[in-house]
Design a binder for this molecule. Structure first.
Ligand SMILES: [Zn+2]
Length: 314
């Protein structure tokens, strides 16, 4: 009897071991041509979404996947029509985490993204208008904002003021980086002050929420923009859905924290598909900078709106 009991457990354990072995490793998943579906039930080819035509969006359900900063700038300004701005380089791991855990994370994020911190700053031109942008890369430790990332955002503000350009923020990520504790929290106040200086100089500041935007990112510089846009299917909030649900012990609405719902409640001005958002941004910028000849020439309600927007911007 005892023998049977032990044999049964060993057999089950062997079965589990085989099942675990059969599962693909992280490396295999990364190198596979296929990925889990965002819609439907069959795996989908990565190349059907991650290409220049679809711009990392699903053609069936419009899910927007992350769009790394350099790809973003190429798409917005045109390839080779923008320059990457050098940002301040600070000492790594200011709190000296034991075992070099933070340094290791930084090293692998830098290797993966070819960026020093989660924020990349660009200066370029679109439709004859010089524009400063910064974009957060969620592949860099979840897009978390470190002291260095905050300094990069401040650098973008300085560049916008020096060159008298509008400022665009392409925002995503989970918030301030926990490895820098209170130091990274200071970045919330500093970045708000930075974009406020841009606004004081009568330069338009547009924030575009992309992918998932939470924590100190949505609670600082994003929230004080002149115009708040989002790409479709973006999720925006402070604490994530699970935390809110556990704290309130309430069933949350199906579209809780979705860009569509936040547009309905007035938190967002508009949401657009990635394929059309650049043109929409330019339309607004031209109105704010009084450069839209089509709107200026039309003596109708639109021109009145443009004038009132121009007044607000000035
Ligand atoms: Zn889909």
């Amino acid at each position: 009897m005892v023998g049977n009991w032990i044999t049964r457990i060993i057999t089950q354990a062997e079965k589990i071991k085989t099942a675990i072995k059969k599962r693909a490793s992280k490396e295999e998943i990364k190198n596979s041509k296929w990925m889990s579906p965002c819609c439907g039930s069959n795996p989908i080819l990565k190349s059907s979404i991650f290409n220049e035509k679809e711009l990392n969006t699903c053609p069936n359900c419009d899910k927007h996947y992350p769009f790394p900063p350099r790809q973003r700038f190429d798409h917005f300004y045109g390839a080779n029509n923008w320059e990457e701005i050098d940002t301040p380089k600070l000492a790594d791991d200011p709190l000296s985490w034991p075992g070099g855990v933070y340094k290791k994370k930084l090293a692998s994020a830098r290797k993966l993204t070819n960026q020093r911190c989660s924020v990349l700053v660009a200066l370029g031109e679109r439709d004859g208008i010089k524009i400063t942008s910064f974009a957060i890369n969620s592949a860099f430790i979840g897009g978390a904002i470190s002291v260095e990332s905050a300094e990069a955002i401040l650098k973008a503000c300085d560049v916008a003021i020096e060159n008298k350009t509008p400022l665009l923020a392409w925002s995503e990520g989970g918030g301030q980086i926990m490895f820098e504790s209170g130091l990274s929290l200071q970045g919330m106040a500093r970045t708000v002050l930075g974009v406020s200086e841009v606004k004081k100089n009568n330069l338009p500041y547009i924030n575009i929420y992309t992918n998932k935007c939470y924590g100190g990112i949505s609670a600082s510089f994003c929230g004080v923009s002149d115009i708040a846009f989002a790409e479709k299917s973006t999720m925006i909030g402070f604490a994530g859905q699970h935390i809110v649900k556990n704290q309130t012990r309430e069933e949350l609405p199906e579209n809780f924290q979705s860009s569509q719902e936040l547009m309905r409640t007035g938190f967002l001005d508009a949401e657009f598909h990635r394929k059309e958002i650049n043109d929409k941004i330019m339309t607004v910028l031209k109105i704010l900078l009084k450069k839209n000849s089509v709107i200026n020439s039309e003596q109708n309600e639109t021109s009145e709106n443009s004038q009132s927007l121009s007044r607000e911007a000035s």
